[in-house]
Ligand binder design. Structure first.
Ligand SMILES: [Zn+2]
Length: 178
């Protein structure tokens, strides 16, 4: 049985990687600080996203064809340093502290709209980033239990940049119309 981090999120649901499952941290190898970070992150950010989207969040698994009707899919939350390197994550990624998640919105909800719902619901965040909003585009949310949270909303543009001006989401919608 997996440890419960928050009302709707299990520890096992934060240890997910479809591409490199062998590089995931084992639950019993996490430090108390990592588990505490994950629990706070789950309470504040993951429960917040769940409420903002109005759907349960489930862990990615190999047999899932994405996106899933009626569920958000956690595709990456905690990353070991090895996993983060293997998938090309930022060297300072908050995923390695257990305080960031990549979540695929449910079928029919574009990542841009999903990001707007998170902001509109007032979910605390350091960064929310919307990735290409056609089917398969995910939303990254990071929130730090301690330290400064910048409250940024960004869109990963087609040219690889991460603009955060007021028009960034609308431009991303225009770049990926379907
Ligand atoms: Zn991420």
């Amino acid at each position: 049985m997996s440890t419960r981090l928050s009302p709707h999120i299990l520890l096992s649901e934060t240890l997910v990687s479809r591409s490199h499952p062998a590089l995931l941290a084992r639950p019993d190898s996490l430090t108390p600080q990592e588990v505490a970070n994950l629990a706070l992150f789950a309470y504040v950010a993951l429960e917040g996203v769940r409420a903002a989207w109005g759907v349960p969040l489930i862990a990615d698994r190999p047999d899932l064809s994405k996106p899933v009707d009626g569920y958000g899919v956690l595709t990456s939350v905690h990353r070991s340093a090895e996993l983060n390197t293997a998938i090309g994550g930022s060297r300072t990624s908050d995923h390695m502290k257990g305080t960031a998640a990549d979540i695929l919105p449910p079928y029919g909800l574009r990542s841009t709209e999903a990001a707007r719902l998170i902001i509109g619901a007032g979910v605390p965040h350091d960064q929310v980033i919307a990735y290409h909003p056609h089917h398969g585009g995910h939303v990254h949310i990071g929130w730090r239990p301690s330290g400064t949270n910048r409250g940024q909303l960004r869109a990963k543009a087609r040219d690889g940049s991460y603009p955060m001006d007021a028009g960034a989401l609308a431009r991303l919608d225009a770049e990926w119309p379907t």
